[in-house]
Design a protein around this ligand. Sequence first.
Ligand code: HEM
Ligand SMILES: *[C@@H]1O[C@H](CO)[C@@H](O)[C@H](O)[C@H]1NC(C)=O
Ligand SMILES: *[C@@H]1O[C@H](CO)[C@@H](O)[C@H](O)[C@H]1NC(C)=O
Ligand SMILES: *[C@@H]1O[C@H](CO)[C@@H](O)[C@H](O)[C@H]1NC(C)=O
Ligand SMILES: *[C@@H]1O[C@H](CO)[C@@H](O)[C@H](O)[C@H]1NC(C)=O
Ligand SMILES: *[C@@H]1O[C@H](CO)[C@@H](O)[C@H](O)[C@H]1NC(C)=O
Ligand SMILES: *[C@@H]1O[C@H](CO)[C@@H](O)[C@H](O)[C@H]1NC(C)=O
Length: 325
Amino acid sequence: MKSGLSSFLTIIAVLGLVGVCYGGELRKNFYGDSCPLAERIVRSIIWNRVECNSTLPAKFLRMHFHDCFVRGCDGSILLDSTANNTAEKAAVPNLSLAGFDVIDEIKTQLENTCPGVVSCADIVALAARDSVSFQFKRPIWEVLTGRRDGTISRASEALANIPSPFFNFATLKQSFANKSLTVQDLVVLSGGHTIGVGHCNFFSNRLYNFTGNGDEDPSLNPTYAAFLKTKCQSLSDNTTTVPMDPGSPLSFDNNYFKILKQNEGLFQSDAALLTNEGASNIVDELLDSEDFFTEFGKSMVRMGAIDVRTGSSGEIRKKCNVVNS
Ligand code: HEM
Ligand SMILES: *[C@@H]1O[C@H](CO)[C@@H](O)[C@H](O)[C@H]1NC(C)=O
Ligand SMILES: *[C@@H]1O[C@H](CO)[C@@H](O)[C@H](O)[C@H]1NC(C)=O
Ligand SMILES: *[C@@H]1O[C@H](CO)[C@@H](O)[C@H](O)[C@H]1NC(C)=O
Ligand SMILES: *[C@@H]1O[C@H](CO)[C@@H](O)[C@H](O)[C@H]1NC(C)=O
Ligand SMILES: *[C@@H]1O[C@H](CO)[C@@H](O)[C@H](O)[C@H]1NC(C)=O
Ligand SMILES: *[C@@H]1O[C@H](CO)[C@@H](O)[C@H](O)[C@H]1NC(C)=O
């Protein structure tokens, strides 16, 4: 009797737990039954666009990062400002955000195929993976799906949560820890800077006025600093961009870690990874290309799970730039 009751309670507890996990977590191929073509539609549109525009993978990778660091990966990065609210998109760190038109095109196609099923947050996660993977013609990390869309997007929260390129190691570590990400994730994901560009004003203090005496950052390779000065001609230049990985700015590879070791990381936040022994050891490991790809995939899954809404939380937006009315 007693053991019958306790095993009954055990079964309830286990079922309860399974129930929570089932509704509360992302999974592989979430749309397998509800919208079997979903992942193929995303990939097809992304690959067509990337084929004509090789700057897009960097845009989508960064878009996913910014989405996840503000209110979790909930598509809040896609919402437009309204009369009453300045959205994340409009915050200062947004400078190079782009590709919103492609997300809208994908959403339109998905709504035609399976209305109200696929979240904008999942579209962003898939777009990041598929755009970066175009170069390899196969997915280079796994994206779990089942995210739902948030309804709130505030510029002030982007400012508070997106790490700054002027951060030192301690603040970078704290910024990632705030999202339950480790130093391993910080170093590995900084490898995202193997593609794309940065605006001069995010690093020109390192060229022209590092400590306020018209000096250079001593941790920046002097030859590279001289080259950067030919591109960024003043402290106030906020229009010129330079590649973050000058050797192969369009190729997703581990070259970021090679140039980092030569003190050619573009931002102070890149150089900061060499100022901590543990982080620096991780940089050394990532000089191995195979390790980099394996670890990048693992850390992207962790980043892609930050504070996600699942089950019946949030909504499935009909249009990615506005909340449902
Ligand atoms: C560790 C803290 C990080 C800091 C401080 C940082 C900062 C920046 C800054 C300042 C830019 C240049 C934006 C511009 O000038 O327009 C940039 C670009 C970029 N970031 Fe990061 N980032 C960080 C982490 C990440 C992560 C985790 C990813 C993705 C995994 C990422 C992916 C990118 C990409 C792809 C670009 C290029 C965007 C483009 O070409 O338009 N970053 N980042
Ligand atoms: C702005 O706020 C006012 C008052 O709170 C509300 O009546 C109005 O609908 C809001 N407008 C938008 C675009 O959200
Ligand atoms: C980024 O912010 C600037 C200035 O706040 C704004 O003019 C621009 O439209 C924003 N970019 C995007 C993609 O929303
Ligand atoms: C490629 O995409 C970027 C980001 O949307 C855009 O600024 C640029 O004009 C595009 N380039 C071409 C050639 O279409
Ligand atoms: C981490 O989170 C705390 C608490 O929300 C906040 O005060 C702090 O500024 C955050 N730190 C960074 C570097 O994002
Ligand atoms: C360099 O920094 C110092 C101290 O912040 C400042 O007084 C000076 O005006 C700066 N120089 C330039 C060229 O901006
Ligand atoms: C760039 O700098 C100019 C002049 O300081 C300023 O008016 C403009 O708003 C800045 N643009 C951006 C995108 O920050």
